[in-house]
Design a protein around this ligand. Structure first.
Ligand code: ZN
Length: 656
């Protein structure tokens, strides 16, 4: 049997993982050897006889665990994008082991004693040293032995529950899918879409996407089918309610052990928000106006429908109002949004204009699935920058949503250039070109904003590479990149009819912009309701247990004054993967928190002439290239020239 491909660095360009050689049976031995190797390295650091220095302690820790890092990076990328029963089994087995492993390092007393003695004059080193100290304290390094034992048990149980939550959810997207036998029931969806849903047994299966308001609700003309789809969506994976309540309780207990009144307080302490009060003050300014806007919209929808609408009618009639009031039909845009053109002549084009980078497809380099494409990214002077890997299509083995992840972290320490990837969940047509919706185009630009943050990283240490910034900051650069979707020069370059090559009519763009203002109330309320739900679960104090999670959810929304039966949270508790299976617990507020910086930055670009190389270079130099190597709000100030204010955000959301 050939050597396990994880045991040595990849010899492909940019150390792209050798996907063609990786088989499922490689993961467990690689995890095992990776953890053992890192523990031995850490023991050597902790038991060193030389006085502790930055080089022999912090930099040495940064150098440790290479096999584990390579293995985990590939494994979790595959577990998200191309999971199988075998991968799910491995994940179940390995998740608690990884938690134990990370605790074994962070709760190593000899190591912690040495870290506390390190000092350095260098600014980048000193920032990293502080990060390490904070990581260790937050992981329980200062607790007593019995407290650490309890902490280890809590972490392990949380990791097992989180895996269970995410796996039930992945199963629910197809197990709770809408199934019809008569295609007439799918009236409203376009024919290619209907065809793509047909199964061998003659049924049609519409899988659930991960949020409450399924896109089909905007098109399905049969009201009862809409109701069924909606009820399947909000009721999926019901066992997850109990898992979520359990997790919230364990997180509260862990926060108390670490000296915080709640998991929310613990979580925000190392974010740019820093305190629970700061987050609540901001959310407080948004709730009232958002609910008022949504109620106004509801009246317009009821008028359009001619009856009192239900939540499953909202997207359908909001589409109708947009057509009637703004003469705008969202589906009229799709022929102008062909996937390849959107990337090559839109997403990449904007990046070339701003940053001088160019993209070349590398068909000699492959991914883990035939639909994955690899691009080499060259800098303005022709030098090699990194790889961009794109996996655009939905499949049963991929989790919902869209995201960016790194396959190789940039760092000068290892002399590595970044390999970053974007995942989308676009339905692959049975044949012909892939035409995107406007929302999908927006998502493509958004995720590519994260990719640029990873690609432009110019830092010494992997711990602070690229997007390794606080969660309530990380969405900011990606949100800024959305501004180019409708930027005239960019749009004119990519939005061309897939058959005729005709540019998108200017009036369609104008109508889109006008129509976008409608439904902002809905979007803000569904987002804020999810945020406040996350917040309520994670403000529980230790010992407060929740016997009836659905009642808790309803009560939390009521108490936060965001309860509005026609607009449910974007995610209910049972499918809120961000907070129970992702890294966003007590952190869903981050999107709107980052949007303050985003709105300020968009204003800056507009004030300074928009899509220019000079503007791009300024943003890249002060912000994108810094990764997490300096204080994020300092980086923002260096870019913007002042502190951020909430004004531009309120104006944008129609809340001022
Ligand atoms: Zn994002």
């Amino acid at each position: 049997m050939a050597e396990n491909p994880f045991f040595a660095p990849s010899d492909l360009p940019y150390e792209l993982p050798p996907f063609a050689d990786i088989r499922e049976e490689h993961y467990l031995p690689a995890f095992e050897r990776g953890m053992a190797e890192q523990l031995a390295e850490v023991d050597a650091i902790a038991s060193g006889t030389e006085p502790p220095t930055f080089a022999n302690t912090i930099a040495a820790l940064e150098r440790s665990g290479r096999i584990l890092d390579r293995t985990a990076t590939v494994f979790f990328s595959i577990a998200a994008s191309n999971s199988t029963d075998g991968i799910m089994e491995i994940e179940k087995e390995v998740s608690p082991q990884l938690t134990r492993h990370s605790d074994a390092i962070r709760l190593n007393r000899a190591l912690w004693a040495r870290i506390k003695q390190v000092s350095t004059e260098d600014a980048e080193e000193s920032w990293l040293l502080e990060k390490y100290r904070d990581d260790f304290v937050r992981a329980g390094a200062d607790l007593s032995e019995p407290e650490q034992d309890r902490l280890r048990a809590l972490n392990e149980e949380l990791s097992t529950l989180s895996t269970a939550f995410s796996q039930s959810l992945l199963k629910a997207s197809t197990e709770s899918a809408l199934v019809v036998t008569d295609p007439k029931e799918l009236d409203g969806l376009d024919e290619a879409k209907i065809e793509s849903l047909r199964k061998d047994d003659g049924t049609y299966v519409l899988p659930l996407l991960n949020f409450t308001a399924q896109p089909g609700l905007a098109q399905l003309t049969d009201r009862d089918v809409r109701r069924r789809l909606y009820e399947l969506s909000v009721g999926r994976a019901p066992g997850n309610f109990g898992v979520a309540a359990k997790m919230a309780g364990l997180r509260a207990e862990r926060a108390a052990l670490l000296g915080f009144p709640s998991h929310a307080a613990y979580t925000v302490a190392n974010q740019t928000a820093k305190t629970v009060e700061a987050v609540e003050e901001m959310l407080g300014q948004l709730v009232g106006p958002a609910v008022r806007n949504a109620k106004k919209e509801a009246e317009a929808l009821a008028e359009q429908a001619g009856f009192a609408i239900e939540p499953w009618d909202w997207p359908y009639y909001s589409e109708k109002v947009r057509q009637a009031r703004y003469d705008f039909d969202g589906s009229a845009m799709r022929p102008y949004f062909e996937l390849n053109r959107v990337y090559r002549d839109g997403v990449f084009f904007a990046a070339t204009k701003l940053y001088g980078v160019t993209f070349a497809e590398r068909s000699d380099l492959g991914g883990y699935h035939p639909d994955v494409t690899v691009f080499e990214v060259l800098d303005g002077d022709g030098s090699r920058l990194g790889l961009f890997v794109l996996d655009p299509y939905a499949r049963a083995t991929k989790r919902g949503g869209a995201w960016m992840n790194n396959l190789v972290d940039q760092s000068f320490l290892f002399g590595l250039r970044p390999v970053v990837m974007n995942n989308l969940n676009v339905t692959k047509p049975a044949s012909g070109p892939t035409l995107l919706t406007y929302e999908e185009v927006n998502t493509a630009f958004h995720e590519f904003g994260h990719a640029l943050h990873g690609l432009f990283s110019q830092v010494r240490f992997p711990r602070v590479s690229g997007t390794s910034v606080p969660r309530d900051f990380v969405e900011y650069p990606s949100q800024v990149n959305e501004m180019w979707v409708t930027w005239p020069e960019v749009l004119a370059n990519y939005a061309k009819h897939h058959e005729t090559g005709e540019p998108m009519p200017a009036e369609l763009v104008e109508k889109l912009k006008a129509a976008e203002k409608f439904n902002q109330g809905f979007k803000t309320v569904e987002y804020l309701a999810a945020t406040l739900l996350d917040w309520s679960w994670h403000k529980l104090a230790a010992g407060e247990s929740v016997a009836d999670p659905e009642a808790f959810e309803a009560g939390a929304l009521e108490a936060a004054q965001i309860a509005f039966p026609l607009v449910r949270p974007r995610y209910r508790t049972n499918y809120f993967a961000h907070i129970y299976a992702g890294g966003y617990s007590a952190g869903y507020y981050s999107y709107i928190w980052s949007e303050v910086l985003d709105a300020e930055s968009v204003e800056w670009f507009k004030e300074n002439g928009g899509l220019t190389r000079a503007n791009g270079d300024h943003f890249r130099g002060e912000l994108l290239s810094r990764g997490g190597s300096i204080d994020p709000l300092t980086a923002f100030r260096n870019f913007r020239g002042r502190e951020a204010g909430i004004g531009p955000l309120l104006a944008r959301r129609g809340l001022s």
